[in-house]
Design a protein around this ligand. Structure first.
Ligand SMILES: [Zn+2]
Ligand SMILES: [Zn+2]
Ligand SMILES: [Zn+2]
Ligand SMILES: [Zn+2]
Ligand SMILES: [Zn+2]
Ligand SMILES: [Zn+2]
Ligand SMILES: [Zn+2]
Length: 1759
């Protein structure tokens, strides 16, 4: 299609090119009717440029548009060449002090917590870094797009409104001047003309609704039949639905459908078909039909191409206008003027109005373009911002209605601009007074809340789906109200007062509709059938919480407003309660001679609601009144006379009773909805305007009542009146038939009631209730939170209520109450309560949940025991000393000493003294004791603070000393306490009782002192003495108990230790083995110690035969590892790895054909084997694995669940430690000893001779092989034919040695070999494949290399103490690899050997073998050594294996030295040595010169000999270390002790151990005869020549270590980097989940359709695809937006890991929710790096998935 259309487009191009911008502009300047002139131009050209085919051609279109359409306008506007015109404009312009940068999605934004007026004030990164706020407390977030930088807005910042760049120029005048003065009259006129025409054109065409007809003045002469089928975005249909439908409707591929869907999602619309009307109409009907089934259909329109063309240009025009006004503030002002000018039709017809009102009709792309234009024009011009704000407010209701009808997110709605307008304090104030904005918002909001019940209350349970949907959308209006209220007025005008109160009224109306909503009735008998709807009401309450608080804050600022608001609130409350006394019968209650009349009402039988916002608001206002000056000066002015205390307390009291009854289990049948409501009622998100205010409301009511009356009403509401009013009721109750449940219920209710009294008297940390400061309140919260346990910063923040600015005020006080403890390598920083704050602890703190209360109690008692062991009252938690009440609340304390209270206390104590049955509980008693304590504290304080002439009216201590009146003659409370003190069943409360008695005596003393009577003194001291004696005895007794307990614990400990050993087998195995190895070393020391340890060669150290016993973890049976016994295996995990890779771009194209024989030195992909070191019998393991497999199959059929391991791929978890494994390695004895125990080196050939012999043997073998594969298959069986190949002496290729291993070991050799092959090459298992042995040797080599790398990286010694699992794994792996040839085809292994050997010693026909630059020498060494036995076993000439090993090693070492000399000695450095060169140096120099000779002097001029030696030593070190490990595990020779410790490079020791001269060059000298020719042949390889000619690269040595990416210190750098990253596939679109590969630094567009690719026939996300290529299936990523590390393994496994970034409080912020500045924690990053380097990422994922099953269900492949 595209190619067909191409010529047409080209042809048009030519005709279009003739149009000149300058000439057109000149014509326009002459025109009398400019509008029609311009319209003609557009009508002609626009359809010729846009919409010429099915797909847009952006570059071509843009070029043409600039030339033909925009060019003339620019010429016209400037009156000259715009290239000069705009430059002049820019120069003349005085730049604005506003930054105004519009944020991209994901861009970091900063808000200063100290200086921002509200949290919506943000800075862009550039401004932030140049501002004063970078040193303040700031928050960092990522923008969701939209919104702009507030730098320069003086209203947004308390301090430092300008950054350095946007600072005001001091020379400029302060006042604002008209920006138009910088423009000429002509210019103004022209600009005005062209802006007016173009803006109108754009608005007209974008809001055009007809589908095939243009506005008359744009209609074309000839109209082609070309249409688009336009698909629009909605929020109803999913991506999948759209993609599926499109494939059907327009017959496109899935890829195209995805691309369509992506564009629709991004831009809001996309044409999915181009052609004639019929053709498009057909597609439309299919789409509509396919999507209309369940929901409303997708929106599709068939539009004429010319309309689409004009609309596209309209959008272009708006962006153009946006960029043109950037040149000059004057142009900007003209555009604003044009936009807001009323049209000819009067009101509502400015262009801006038309756009806004059509907002919900426009598609997403069009909206965002014009919103951006508004932001860069109207919102940047202060004068017009105000005018615009007025337009916006006037249209508010209409705009919101549009938004309600629309289904797009608020972010793409014009209503979202409210945040820019309403948060500016002066604008908000102006809109309130002039446009009555508060009322407008409230009435708009209320207008959308339907239906209501008869009393006008909201009824969410009757909402339809659509109403519920609208309710969710309408909640954004609350946000608008919050914006309006967020900055509080500093002064009030009469106008503002009036309008605020009007808004307050509207707000009260909303609260009235909420008062009493969602009422509930207790369910008896049956459980409720359906959980009632409760969430909507709570959502509303939660959203309103801050608004309610802010309303109060506003009221608090002006006394007149406060009093007026109070009156209105009270009136509404009275209205809510009207009739509440009429309908219900009055009853009279009386106790202790007091009586009161109240209504009959039972929470457990009648309706009750938890929603009481009106009375709570009144409570808030009451507290403000109490705080106000009026309350002190002229309380008569306060509108308190109208209050009816019983009315005030009624509903809050019912709420408390409801909670108590729920707690007592009386509402069980009402289901979870009620439990949830109660939970949120107390929750930190709601409690400030719910629970807390109910407490205040009760306090308010009670402070105006007779406390006796209140207590009786309370008893009645708690349904406990009977119990306390009837003497002996309790006793009778418990002794009679009483039902156990009912007793328990009543006990709980009594406890709850006592708790409520404690709260009413004790909760004074509220300014206005008690005499406290604002910080006292938060301080107390923190103390109580930290009394539970030490907490991290974020936990603490979560437990404290946030204000509308997201502040808790915690930072101001935290240092006075807590110490900060820094975090370690894991975990978080913690705050710990300072010990001196413990005395402020109140056990009955009202924000404790029950669980928190008991935890806190335990923690505080423990603390007391630790700290004050010597005081007598160590375990008492007495009530703290409280601040005094404010005058309005002062009478509350009298509850404690009123008659009914004393009666309640007395009754409960009596129950405790009598101690019979269920009738009382310890918590009940504890609360009574607490109340008594509170009363005593109160009295003591009164006494201490009393002024001379006053009489203390609080006489609790006297009242409790009086015995009861007749006829009961009950003992006094004091007497009962003294009795209880010795009650054996009250051990726990003894200390508290003692504390009470002590305090009582102190008070008595104070009272007596004031009445100057010294008698009591002695009495008190006697008592104290008595107490002291008792304490002594007590302490003795306790010491004895403690001793017994200690003994018991010791016994327990040793039991536990045994248990622990069992559980931590690995750990102990390790230590035991360490012990074992040291002991064997000392035993054999006389033999070994004087010797120098040598791993190979003639001096190889003899190691005594060691028998090895292991225990199977499955059957616990012990067995010796022997050649002929059953196989023992280690659980192992084989994986492909790129950790050592030097070239991640490489990938194997066809694994079936790939030849792994030679490992390239870039180590681009290796096979790593790891193990947990746990040993099993092979048959035990097999049985275990079979059962896992069977279980898994059953499970999958049943549940279709994933597991953390993939059984089908052979994966399982180690039965002991649950480490992920996918195969097993057999345990073997050192295999060399089995085949060749003789270590006799006499009569062995030297290197030259050996090479010659082996060459002959390999040549012979190759000859034989050739014959076998010759076209006469029969001939190979003919012995005569063999004669043709001349066999070297003693070589018998027909000899086949017997395999010494048992059947089961052989089987395991094959199992592990095949597994390694399968994983390493990513192919199907094939036991017979000739590559199996190669992969096994490769895995051995690679695993050793990666261990060496890790050890060097951490600066650890080569043979230092290794974790035993690593040691076991390497030993088994090496021995396995050495034994594997016995189960392979001999000829295959021989073939491999021949090839490997020939790469170093080229024979007659060198073939296509790699040059020595392209071979990793360690892999070559391992391959040669391990395949050599296959050759040697047929050699009867007397050459031993040991000789072969030694010569192979020397040969490879020399090849490596040549490699190093060729690649790594070129770099010059000035540090030449001054001393004359030593022997080694001159030898190196001469070797280098030989090389130069062979390479035809292509090698660089000789560096110094010293430099050469240094390079060789440095370059060969990793190879030597790897070789040492390899021969150590192969031959079992212990490592030299020198290499077991950190320190110097150990070069000499390694050489000794490896039987090398420490002057390595001597190897060449000793074998000069053969080496000369070998070096020559190596150097003559064409690849070496190409390298030396600079035509190719080669790896140099030592290889640089691979590390993870260097991460920046400041996390916002990463965010910024990611925000600049756009999806590589969808053309400049911002990526939603930018993800950084920590291995190679690539940024990926993760978790998105656009970047899915196919991998093995499955669609996978960018991360999974990258994981496959970059990490061979293992990926380590950082999800930048989430601040989260992501580990991936293969397609199905993954987990999230804590990021290495911490905030100042030592916490990570996954998801970037808190926004504290984050900095790199090097230690944690190191830990991640280590996981990666040690190949433990997959293991980590396994553990994470085992610990958290939800991780298993995630579709990791889509990330
Ligand atoms: Zn900025
Ligand atoms: Zn700035
Ligand atoms: Zn600041
Ligand atoms: Zn076993
Ligand atoms: Zn294990
Ligand atoms: Zn990567
Ligand atoms: Zn993408």
């Amino acid at each position: 299609m595209a190619s067909e259309l191409e010529p047409e487009v080209q042809a048009i191009d030519r005709s279009l090119l003739e149009c000149s911008a300058e000439e057109t502009a000149a014509k326009w300047l002459q025109a009398t009717d400019l509008t029609s002139e311009v319209y003609q131009h557009l009508a002609y050209y626009v359809p010729k440029i846009y919409c010429r085919g099915p797909n847009p051609v952006p570059q071509k279109e843009d070029a043409l548009v600039q030339r033909i359409l925009l060019g003339p306008m620019e010429w016209y506007l400037c009156g000259e060449d715009p290239a000069f015109g705009f430059a002049k404009l820019e120069q003349a312009n005085k730049p604005s002090h506003l930054c105004g940068r519009v944020f991209k999605v994901g861009e970091p934004t900063y808000s200063c917590r100290d200086c921002a007026v509200d949290p919506t004030c943000v800075l862009c990164m550039e401004c932030f870094l140049a501002s004063v706020h970078r040193d303040h407390r700031y928050r960092m977030t990522t923008s969701g797009g939209g919104g702009f930088c507030d730098c320069g807005d003086t209203e947004a910042w308390k301090v430092g409104p300008h950054c350095q760049k946007h600072g005001p120029n001091p020379s400029e005048m302060e006042e604002e001047e008209d920006p138009l003065v910088h423009l000429s009259e002509d210019m103004i006129a022209r600009t005005y003309n062209i802006f007016a025409i173009m803006f109108r054109y754009a608005v007209e065409i974008l809001t055009w609704e007809k589908e095939s007809e243009l506005p008359a003045d744009l209609e074309m002469a000839e109209k082609r039949d070309t249409y688009y089928c336009m698909l629009f975005n909605d929020e109803v249909h999913t991506y999948e639905q759209v993609i599926f439908t499109l494939q059907k409707a327009v017959n496109c591929t899935q890829k195209e459908a995805i691309s369509f869907a992506t564009t629709v999602d991004r831009d809001g619309r996309r044409s999915v078909r181009y052609g004639d009307f019929q053709y498009c109409e057909q597609a439309k009907s299919v789409i509509v039909r396919n999507t209309s089934r369940q929901t409303k259909p997708l929106k599709v329109q068939v539009m004429h191409s010319s309309i689409v063309a004009h609309q596209n240009f309209g959008l272009k025009l708006l962006s153009w206008l946006g960029s043109i006004i950037g040149y000059s503030d004057g142009l900007r002002r003209i555009l604003c003027q044009v936009g807001l000018q009323e049209g000819p039709d009067g009101e509502n017809c400015s262009l801006v109005d038309r756009l806004m009102l059509n907002d919900s009709q426009l598609w997403k792309g069009a909206r965002s373009v014009y919103h951006q234009l508004f932001m860069s024009s109207l919102l940047m011009d202060l004068k017009y911002k105000k005018l615009f704000a007025i337009r916006f407010a006037k249209k508010y209701q209409q705009l919101q209605r549009g938004f309600m009808e629309d289904d797009h997110e608020r972010a793409v709605s014009v209503t979202a601009l409210s945040v820019q307008l309403f948060t500016a304090p002066t604008l908000a104030r102006m809109l309130i007074t002039e446009e009555n904005l508060m009322t407008v918002i409230m009435t708009t909001f209320m207008g959308h809340l339907r239906p209501r019940d008869a009393q006008g209350r909201l009824q969410f349970e009757r909402y339809t789906a659509l109403q519920a949907f609208k309710f969710r959308r309408v909640q954004s209006l609350i946000l608008d109200l919050k914006y309006v209220l967020i900055s509080k007025p500093t002064e009030w005008s009469e106008e503002l007062r009036q309008k605020f109160l009007e808004g307050f009224d509207a707000f009260l109306e909303l609260l009235r509709c909420m008062q009493g909503m969602d009422p509930i009735t207790r369910q008896v008998g049956q459980h409720i059938e359906m959980e009632p709807e409760w969430e909507a009401a709570f959502t509303l309450q939660m959203k309103l919480t801050h608004v309610i608080s802010m309303m109060q804050d506003w009221c608090a600022l002006d006394e007149k407003v406060l009093i007026e608001a109070y009156k209105r609130c009270l009136a509404v409350l009275a209205q809510c309660h009207s009739g509440f006394t009429d309908s219900e019968q009055p009853v009279t209650l009386s106790i202790c001679g007091h009586s009161v009349e109240t209504i009959r009402y039972c929470v457990s039988q009648e309706k009750v609601s938890i929603h009481l916002p009106v009375s709570r608001l009144l409570a808030g206002l009451h507290v403000l009144l109490s705080k106000s000056e009026a309350a002190h000066k002229c309380p008569e002015l306060l509108p308190l006379s109208e209050l009816s205390p019983p009315m005030l307390i009624e509903h809050p009291l019912r709420c408390f009773v409801l909670c108590a009854q729920v707690h007592a289990g009386m509402w069980r049948r009402n289901g979870f909805s009620l439990v949830n409501q109660i939970y949120y009622y107390h929750n930190v998100k709601c409690r400030r305007e719910m629970f807390d205010k109910d407490v205040v409301m009760l306090q308010t009511g009670v402070s105006m009542m007779d406390p006796n009356h209140f207590l009786m009403i309370m008893l009645s509401r708690f349904e406990l009146y009977q119990i306390f009013s009837t003497p002996e009721y309790g006793k009778r109750f418990s002794s009679e038939t009483a039902h156990k449940d009912v007793v328990h219920q009543n006990n709980t209710l009594i406890e709850e009631m006592l708790y409520l009294i404690i709260m009413l008297v004790g909760e004074r940390f509220n300014r206005g209730v008690g005499q406290v400061s604002a910080t006292d309140e938060i301080r107390r919260e923190i103390i109580h939170q930290l009394s539970i346990r030490p907490m991290a910063h974020s936990e603490l923040v979560k437990s404290l209520p946030e204000d509308e600015n997201k502040e808790t005020g915690m930072e101001s006080v935290i240092e006075t109450v807590a110490h900060f403890r820094k975090p370690g390598l894991t975990g978080r920083g913690m705050y710990e309560l300072k010990p001196e704050c413990a005395k402020e602890f109140n056990l009955y703190f009202y924000h404790f949940s029950r669980a928190e209360q008991s935890k806190a109690e335990e923690a505080q008692r423990k603390l007391k025991r630790q700290n004050r062991e010597d005081t007598a009252l160590f375990a008492a938690l007495p009530p703290p000393v409280l601040p005094p009440f404010c005058p309005l609340f002062a009478s509350l304390v009298n509850i404690l000493q009123c008659d009914v209270m004393l009666c309640i206390m007395g009754t409960i104590l009596q129950w405790a003294v009598e101690h019979n049955g269920y009738a009382w509980s310890e918590s009940m008693l504890q609360r009574v004791l607490h109340l008594i304590g509170m009363a005593l504290q109160e009295e003591k304080q009164h006494l201490e603070n009393v002024a001379e002439e006053h009489v203390v009216t609080f006489t609790f201590s006297q009242k409790i000393s009086r015995p009861g009146d007749a006829p009961n003659n009950s003992p006094s409370i004091l007497a009962m306490l003294e009795t209880l003190q010795n009650a054996p069943y009250l051990e726990l409360h003894k200390d508290m009782i003692r504390w009470i008695l002590k305090t009582f005596n102190t008070i008595k003393k104070i009272r007596e002192r004031s009445s100057t009577s010294p008698v009591a003194e002695t009495e008190g001291s006697i008592l104290e003495e008595y107490l002291r004696d008792k304490d002594k005895a007590e302490r003795k007794r306790k010491a004895e108990i403690a001793r017994l307990r200690r003994e018991k614990i010791m016994a327990q400990m040793s039991e536990m230790q045994r248990h622990f050993i069992d559980e931590n087998r690995e750990l102990f195995q390790q230590t035991l083995e360490l012990d074992a190895s040291t002991s064997t070393a000392s035993e054999s020391s006389p033999m070994v110690s004087d010797l120098v340890l040598t791993a190979l060669g003639p001096a190889q150290t003899r190691v005594p035969e060691q028998r090895q016993f292991v225990t199977c973890i499955l059957c616990q049976e012990e067995q010796e590892v022997k050649v002929e016994s059953r196989a023992m295996v280690l659980a192992a995990f084989v994986q492909r790895s790129t950790v050592l890779s030097k070239d991640r771009r490489k990938c194997v194209q066809d694994p079936e054909k790939y030849d792994p024989l030679f490992m390239h030195p870039d180590l681009s992909c290796g096979t790593h084997t790891g193990s947990c070191g746990h040993v099993m019998h092979a048959h035990c393991w097999q049985r275990y694995f079979d059962s896992v497999q069977a279980k898994e199959q059953r499970r999958q059929q049943r549940l279709r669940l994933h597991t953390s391991y993939d059984v089908e791929n052979g994966e399982f978890l180690c039965p002991l430690c649950e480490r992920l494994s996918n195969t097993v390695i057999p345990l073997l004895l050192p295999p060399r000893k089995i085949f060749n125990s003789r270590l006799n080196f006499s009569d062995q050939p030297d290197l030259t001779e050996w090479v010659r012999t082996i060459s002959q043997q390999t040549t012979a073998l190759q000859g034989l092989r050739k014959e076998e594969s010759s076209p006469h298959p029969a001939s190979s069986e003919n012995p005569e034919n063999k004669e043709k190949v001349r066999l070297p002496e003693g070589f018998r290729p027909d000899f086949h040695p017997k395999n010494p291993y048992s059947k089961s070991i052989k089987e395991m050799l094959r199992t592990f070999g095949t597994a390694t092959y399968k994983v390493g090459l990513k192919v199907h298992p094939n036991e017979e494949d000739p590559r199996v042995p190669i992969v096994c040797w490769g895995s051995c080599a690679y695993t050793i290399q990666s261990l060496e790398r890790v050890l060097s990286d951490e600066d650890k010694p080569l043979f230092g103490p290794l974790p035993c699992r690593l040691d076991d794994c390497l030993r088994s792996l090496t021995r396995f690899a050495a034994a594997h040839w016995t189960v392979s085809s001999l000829s295959v292994v021989q073939g491999h050997f021949c090839k490997l050997f020939t790469s170093l010693v080229p024979g007659d026909s060198p073939g296509e073998l790699p040059c020595i630059l392209d071979v990793d020498m360690f892999h070559l060494l391992v391959g040669l050594v391990l395949s050599f036995p296959a050759l040697q076993c047929q050699d009867f000439s007397g050459i031993s294996l040991g000789t072969g090993d030694l010569h192979i090693f020397h040969l490879v070492t020399m090849a490596h030295i040549i490699q190093i000399l060729l690649t790594s000695c070129t770099e010059e450095n000035g540090m030449d040595q001054e001393e004359p060169p030593g022997e080694e140096e001159s030898a190196a120099l001469s070797l280098y010169n030989t090389l130069r000779e062979h390479t035809g002097s292509a090698l660089k001029e000789t560096p110094s000999g010293w430099h050469l030696c240094r390079s060789i030593r440095a370059g060969i070190m990793p190879f030597l270390k790897c070789s040492a490990l390899f021969f150590h595990y192969l031959n079992g020779v212990p490592s030299p002790p020198e290499v077991q410790v950190t320190g110097t490079s150990h070069f000499e020791h390694l050489c000794n151990y490896l039987c090398l001269p420490s002057n390595l060059i001597r190897l060449f000298e000793e074998n000069s005869e053969i080496m000369n020719s070998l070096i020559k042949s190596w150097c003559h390889h064409k690849e070496v020549k190409r390298f030396l000619a600079g035509e190719r690269d080669a790896i140099s040595y030592p290889r640089e270590p691979n590390r993870l990416l260097d991460l920046p210190q400041d996390y916002s750098n990463l965010i910024n980097q990611a925000s600049n990253f756009s999806c590589p596939k969808s053309g400049g679109d911002k990526s939603r989940a930018p993800t950084l590969c920590l291995v190679c630094g690539a940024l990926l567009c993760s978790q998105s359709y656009c970047c899915q690719t196919e991998l093995d026939g499955e669609d996978v996300g960018a991360c999974t695809a990258h994981t496959d290529s970059c990490g061979c299936g293992v990926g380590v990523f950082l999800r930048v937006r989430e601040c989260q590390v992501l580990f991936l393994a293969g397609k199905t496994k993954g987990c999230f890991y804590a990021p290495p970034y911490l905030d100042d409080y030592g916490e990570t912020d996954q998801g970037l929710r808190r926004g504290n500045p984050l900095h790199l924690c090097a230690e944690r990053f190191q830990k991640i790096q280590k996981l990666w380097q040690q190949h433990s990422v997959t293991e980590e994922i396994g553990h994470a998935q085992e610990a958290n099953q939800t991780l298993v269900g995630i579709d990791w492949q889509h990330l």
